[in-house]
Design a protein around this ligand. Structure first.
Ligand code: PA5
Length: 453
C-alpha cells in the first residue's frame, strides 16, 4: 500500500543539508519528550497514542449513535468552534460529494452535516433555521470546556427550534453532547436533560481532538468509515513513534524542514492544495499550527491557498512579493473520479492539444509548472504527497500534521498545547456584553471605543 511521503528537494538552495543536520540532536530530544510525555504541556499529549488505543467498543458506540441520528435526520447540525469544529468539517468536506447539499437525500451515505456555532452571525443562523424548518434534523453539540460563548449561543437558539418543532422529550433524543467527563455548563446541561454523551479525554486539547468522538461522530453521521480512518492514523502513529530520524519519519522531516526555513527568515508558510474539497483541511491545519506555534512573539504564520483559483489572485504575491514565504504543497496522487477534456472538430477554443487528457493530468501539470515558477521566484517548496483522498489517508495525514506540529512547537521552544492569547478577545467581549464580574473592564473599554465606532 502506498504511503504518504514528504519531498524536500525544492527547499535546497534556500537551506542546505547542514541546516537540517544541526537540528537533529534537539529533534531527538523533543521526539523523546513528546512520546514519553516529559515535554512542555505534557498533560495534553493524550492524542499521541490515541489511534492505537481507540477501542472497538468506543467505535461501536459511536457508530450506533450515528446510525440512530442518521435514521431520523436528513440533516444533522454540528455545533462547535475551533478544535471542536474544524477537524470534522475537514474530513467530511474532503470525502463527501462536493455538491452534497444539492443531492437527493437517498444519494448520500449519511445525513447531510451542517455546522453552526463557529460564528455569531445572525444572518447565518437565521438562514440555517430556514432550512431546518423544512426537514427532519438532529443536533450534535461539541465543547470541551462546555463554556465557549459561540457554540453556547447557537445551541440555545437551535435547541429552542428543535423543541418547538418536535417536543421536549423528542428534542432530547435528537441531541448528542460531546464534552468533558465532569465539568462545564454543557456537561451539567447534558446530565440534567439526559442527552446521550461522549467524552473528550482530559489529556487531549481541542485542536488535537479530531480522532476522538469530536471528529469521529460527525464523520460517521455523514456516512464515512471511522474505523478505516483510525487505522490510517494508527499506521502513521506507528511510523511517527518508531523513529525520530527524518528519513524514517515524515512528520519529523516536515517539522525539521519548516523550522530550518523559519530560521532563514521564512516566517509565512502557505499550505497549497489543488482540490477545492481540501479547503477545510487547510483551515484545520491553519488552526492547529497557528494556535500551537504563534506565541511568545514567535511562530510561522500559517496561510492557505487553493490553486489554481488562487493563482489568479494570491499567485502574483507569491511569485513576486516579499520573500518571507515558503509553500507546503499537498499533492494528491490520484483523483477519485474520471473526466477527460473532449475533442472538438473545429478546435475553436484551441484546446485540442490536450483533448483526451484527464483533468487530473492537466491539474498535475499546473502543479508542476507552478512548483518550478515559484522556486524560480525564490519560494522554497515542500511537497507532501498523499496517494489519494479517502478515510485511511485522511486519518494518516491528520495524525501526521498533529505529530509534526507538536515537534515543530518544541523546536521553536514554545508549548504547542496551550492558547493563552485566545482569552484576550473573550474578556473584552464579555465586558462589552455586560457579563457579571466584568463591570470594571466594561467602563474602561467603552471609554476607549468612544470616537472609534
Ligand atoms: O484548540 C483549542 O483548544 C481551541 O481551538 C478550542 O477547540 C476552541 O476554543 C473551542 O473550545 P471548546 O471545545 O472548549 O468549546
Amino acid at each position: 500500500m502506498k504511503k504518504l511521503n514528504v519531498d524536500i528537494q525544492s527547499v535546497f538552495g534556500f537551506i542546505d543539508r547542514d541546516d537540517l543536520k544541526k537540528q537533529e540532536s534537539s529533534l531527538k530530544v523533543h521526539h523523546h519528550n513528546l512520546i514519553s510525555g516529559t515535554g512542555a504541556g505534557n498533560d495534553f499529549t493524550g492524542w499521541v497514542r490515541l489511534p492505537s488505543s481507540t477501542t472497538p467498543d468506543l467505535l461501536r458506540k459511536i457508530k450506533e449513535a450515528a446510525l440512530e441520528l442518521k435514521e431520523k435526520s436528513e440533516i444533522v447540525v454540528v455545533v462547535g468552534i475551533g478544535g471542536s469544529y474544524l477537524g470534522a468539517r475537514a474530513v467530511i468536506e474532503a470525502l463527501q460529494h462536493q455538491f452534497a447539499g444539492l443531492m437527493p437525500a437517498f444519494k448520500r451515505p449519511g445525513s447531510l452535516v451542517l455546522f453552526a456555532g463557529n460564528n455569531i452571525s445572525e444572518d447565518y443562523h437565521a438562514d440555517l433555521i430556514d432550512v431546518l424548518q423544512k426537514v427532519d434534523w438532529s443536533l450534535i453539540v461539541i465543547s470541551k470546556s462546555g463554556t465557549t460563548t459561540e457554540p453556547a449561543i447557537a445551541f440555545r437558539v437551535l435547541k429552542q427550534h428543535l423543541i418547538r418543532k418536535y417536543s421536549m422529550s423528542e428534542a432530547r433524543r435528537r441531541i448528542i453532547a460531546i464534552t468533558d467527563k465532569a465539568k462545564g455548563a454543557l456537561k451539567n446541561l447534558a446530565d440534567k436533560e439526559g442527552y446521550k454523551t461522549f467524552i473528550i479525554p482530559d489529556d487531549v486539547g481541542g485542536r488535537y481532538s479530531v480522532l476522538t468522538p469530536v471528529g469521529l461522530l460527525p464523520v460517521a453521521v455523514a456516512g464515512f468509515d471511522i474505523e478505516v480512518m483510525i487505522n490510517g492514523a494508527a499506521e502513521m502513529e506507528a511510523t511517527a513513534l518508531g523513529s525520530h530520524l527524518p528519513e524514517n519519519n515524515p512528520a519529523a522531516l516536515y517539522a525539521l524542514t519548516r523550522n530550518a526555513l523559519y530560521q532563514k527568515g521564512r516566517t509565512v508558510e502557505i499550505m497549497v492544495n489543488y482540490q477545492p474539497n481540501l479547503v477545510f483541511l487547510t483551515e484545520w491545519w491553519k488552526q492547529l499550527y497557528g494556535e500551537s506555534e504563534g506565541k511568545q512573539l514567535r511562530g510561522i504564520f500559517p496561510a492557505g491557498v487553493t490553486f489554481t483559483a488562487d493563482l489568479h489572485s494570491m499567485g502574483q504575491y507569491i511569485q513576486e512579493g516579499l520573500r518571507i514565504i515558503f509553500e507546503s504543497v499537498l499533492s494528491v496522487e490520484q483523483s477519485a473520479r474520471k473526466l477527460a477534456v473532449p475533442e472538438l472538430d473545429d478546435d475553436s477554443d484551441g484546446l485540442n492539444y490536450i483533448a483526451g487528457k484527464r483533468l487530473s493530468e492537466v491539474n498535475r501539470m499546473a502543479e508542476l509548472g507552478t512548483l518550478l515558477a515559484h522556486v524560480d521566484g525564490e519560494v522554497p517548496n515542500i511537497r507532501i504527497n498523499i496517494p489519494e483522498i479517502n478515510e485511511f489517508y485522511l486519518g494518516g495525514i491528520m495524525y501526521f500534521y498533529e505529530f509534526a506540529c507538536a515537534l515543530s512547537g518544541y523546536l521553536l521552544e514554545v508549548n504547542p498545547f496551550d492558547q493563552p492569547g485566545v482569552e484576550a478577545y473573550k474578556k473584552n467581549m464579555f465586558a462589552l456584553l455586560g457579563k457579571r464580574g466584568f463591570e470594571e473592564d466594561s467602563a474602561k473599554l467603552r471609554k476607549r471605543l468612544e470616537g472609534m465606532v
